[in-house]
Ligand binder design. Structure first.
Ligand code: NAP
Length: 292
C-alpha cells in the first residue's frame, strides 16, 4: 500500500480559513487579536521562525508586534518588556522566542508572561493545567500534531504512541495531551530519550511514532514496524552545496527508508512546521475571544 504523505501545509490552510472567520467576528465587535513576539539575539533559525509568525499574522489580520532585542540585553530589561505587553490592552498573546542567550534564565522569563496571554502554553501554570487534564493554552507543536492526526483519521485512542524526546516544548506536553481521558486522545504513551536503552526496541512497538530528537537519522527503517504512522518533528540543517543557501532541511527520521514501511508520514519541511504556526494563531484568537 502506498504511503500517505501527511500534508501539514494543506491542513494549516484549512485551519486558517476557520480562524479567519473567527477573526472577522471579533473585528465586528471592535476587537483585533494582537500578538507580541520578543526575539533576543540573532539566531538564524529563530529569525526565520519569527518572520514566518509575523507573515502569518499579517495574512490573517492579526495585529503583531515583533520586538528585536540585542543578545546582551539584561534579564531585568527583558522582564520589563514582558511587563509592558502584559498590561497592553491591544496585545492578547505574548511569545518569547526560544532559545534565549545563556545569561538569561528561561524559566524566570516564561513565568513572567501573564498566564492569560501565554499563547505558547509554557508558563508553569498552563503546563500544570494541561497536566491535570484542564488544558487552557496547549503548546503549539503538540496541539498541531494532534490536529494533523485527527485530520487524517489517525485517532490516538487506544493506540500505543511512542514519542522520542522529552523536551518541555514537544515531548512532555505531547505526552500529557495524548494521555487526556477524552475522545481523540486516550492513548498509551511511551516517552524515549537519551537515557533509553535500545531505542529501537520501543520505536518498533509504536502504532504512532512521534520523533522530536533534533538528530537527523535518529530513526531508521529497522526501528519501525510495518503500517506505523510517523510524525517527524525534527528540523535540522544539513550542509548541501547544491542549494543556494548551502544547506537543506531534514527531519529526524530517515524519510526514504521509513516511508517504505509506514502507513503515513510527515515530510520535513511541510509537515509539523506549518501546524505549529497556525496553532499559535489559534491560541492568539482564543486569547482575544476570552480576554474581551
Ligand atoms: P530538545 O530540547 O533538544 O530535546 C530533544 C529531546 O530528544 C531530548 O529529550 C533528548 O533526550 C532526546 N534525544 C536526542 N537525541 C536522542 C536520541 N538519539 N535518542 C533518543 N532521544 C534523543 O529539542 P526540541 O526542542 O524538543 O526539538 C526537537 C526537534 O524538533 C528539533 O529538531 C527542533 O528543531 C524541532 N522542532 C520543530 C518544531 C516544528 O514546529 N516543526 C517545533 C519544535 C521543535 P535528553 O532529554 O535525554 O537529552
Amino acid at each position: 500500500m502506498a504511503v500517505t504523505l501527511i500534508d501539514g501545509k494543506a491542513v494549516a490552510n484549512k485551519i486558517k480559513v476557520e480562524l479567519h472567520n473567527r477573526i472577522t467576528l471579533l473585528k465586528q465587535r471592535g476587537i483585533v487579536p494582537g500578538l507580541a513576539v520578543i526575539l533576543v539575539g540573532e539566531d538564524p533559525a529563530s529569525q526565520v521562525y519569527v518572520n514566518m509568525k509575523q507573515k502569518t499574522c499579517d495574512e490573517l489580520g492579526i495585529h503583531s508586534e515583533t520586538t528585536r532585542l540585542p543578545a546582551d540585553i539584561s534579564q531585568a530589561e527583558l522582564l520589563r518588556q514582558i511587563d509592558r505587553f502584559n498590561s497592553a490592552k491591544d496585545i492578547h498573546g505574548i511569545l518569547v522566542q526560544l532559545p534565549l542567550p545563556k545569561h538569561i534564565d528561561t524559566e524566570t522569563v516564561i513565568a513572567r508572561i501573564s498566564v492569560d496571554k501565554d499563547v505558547d502554553g509554557f508558563n508553569p501554570y498552563n503546563v500544570g493545567k494541561l497536566m491535570v487534564g484542564k488544558p487552557r493554552y496547549v503548546p503549539c507543536t503538540p496541539a498541531g500534531i494532534l490536529e494533523l492526526l485527527h485530520h487524517y483519521g489517525f485517532y490516538p485512542d487506544g493506540k500505543h504512541v511512542v514519542i522520542v524526546g522529552r523536551s518541555n516544548i514537544v515531548g512532555k506536553p505531547l505526552a500529557n495531551l495524548l494521555l487526556q481521558k477524552t475522545k481523540g486522545c486516550n492513548a498509551t504513551v511511551t516517552i524515549c530519550h537519551t537515557g533509553t536503552t535500545d531505542l529501537g526496541y520501543f520505536t518498533s512497538q509504536a502504532e504512532i511514532l512521534v520523533v522530536a530528537a533534533g538528530r537527523p537519522g535518529a530513526v531508521t527503517a529497522e526501528m519501525v514496524k510495518e503500517g506505523v504512522v510517523v510524525i517527524d518533528v525534527g528540523v535540522n540543517r544539513v550542509a548541501d552545496s547544491s542549494t543556494t543557501k548551502g544547506y537543506r532541511l531534514v527531519g529526524d527520521v530517515d524519510f526514504n527508508s521509513v516511508s517504505q514501511k509506514a502507513k503515513a508520514i510527515t515530510p520535513v519541511p511541510g509537515g509539523v512546521g506549518p501546524m505549529t504556526i497556525v496553532m499559535l494563531m489559534k491560541n492568539t484568537v482564543i486569547a482575544a475571544e476570552t480576554l474581551n
